[in-house]
Design a protein around this ligand. Structure first.
Ligand code: HEM
Ligand code: HEM
Length: 177
């Protein structure tokens, strides 16, 4: 398997980004849902404490993935031509947009709070300045809403992958799996 996509199959880098981010998102959204269902326990506190660092990692991976996707644009496999193909591309563009926006608005809110932000032993934002109202409002208004929209899109995406596999019985799943 090549590193780059080849028009028929996704390459190694695309696959690692796809499945690695899928796992991290499962953790990220699963932890939030566990927190809502179980309320505050030492278990949900422990998994909740990974939210900001994992979110930062997802942001970095989303940027890398977007750049990689653009570099491979002409080599991406196409499942359908015509309208269904256009809808699939549009769905992927929405996924990419949400993958970028969800952590971005949270990081902007974090900066705007004026509080320091440390992750992986590094000082990401030193903080210490006054609160910047529009930044905290942006995150407050949009982070959670867009994150739930991302979850809905992932469920739809998973549904389409299953549909390809078990109803249309084509090779769509194989070229990413
Ligand atoms: C792709 C990455 C991320 C996903 C999928 C995600 C997802 C979520 C979800 C689903 C919620 C719960 C919203 C609700 O209760 O309605 C939430 C809350 C929160 N997230 Fe994230 N998050 C991500 C990245 C980040 C980052 C990078 C930060 C900060 C550096 C962050 C900070 C917060 C905070 C402070 C809350 C609680 C306040 C709020 O609901 O907005 N998140 N996140
Ligand atoms: C839950 C399990 C998942 C399965 C079974 C799955 C399956 C697939 C398959 C079969 C493809 C190839 C589709 C095609 O060529 O038209 C694909 C592509 C894609 N998937 Fe997933 N996926 C999953 C999770 C996710 C998640 C969590 C995301 C991120 C939000 C995601 C985002 C994408 C994107 C953007 C593409 C287009 C190729 C790319 O740019 O990487 N998938 N997926």
């Amino acid at each position: 398997m090549g590193l780059m996509d080849n028009g028929l199959k996704y390459g190694l880098v695309t696959r690692i980004l796809h499945w690695g981010m899928a796992l991290l998102l499962l953790w990220q959204l699963g932890a939030v849902i566990a927190g809502e269902v179980l309320g505050e326990t030492s278990f949900t506190d422990a998994i909740g404490s990974t939210h900001k660092p994992v979110g930062l990692l997802l942001f970095i991976l989303a940027v890398v993935r977007a750049v990689w996707g653009l570099l491979n644009l002409s080599r991406r496999p196409r499942a359908h031509t015509g309208l269904i193909g256009k809808m699939a591309v549009a769905g992927h563009v929405v996924l990419y947009s949400l993958l970028l926006f969800v952590p971005s608005v949270a990081l902007i809110r974090q900066y705007g709070s004026g509080r320091p932000f440390e992750a992986f032993g590094l000082t990401i934002m030193p903080g210490g300045h006054d609160k910047i109202e529009w930044m905290t409002k942006l995150g407050g208004d949009w982070h959670g809403e867009l994150a739930w929209m991302l979850l809905a899109m992932i469920v739809l995406h998973l549904g389409m992958a299953l549909f390809h596999q078990f109803v249309w019985k084509d090779d769509t799943f194989k070229r990413m799996a």
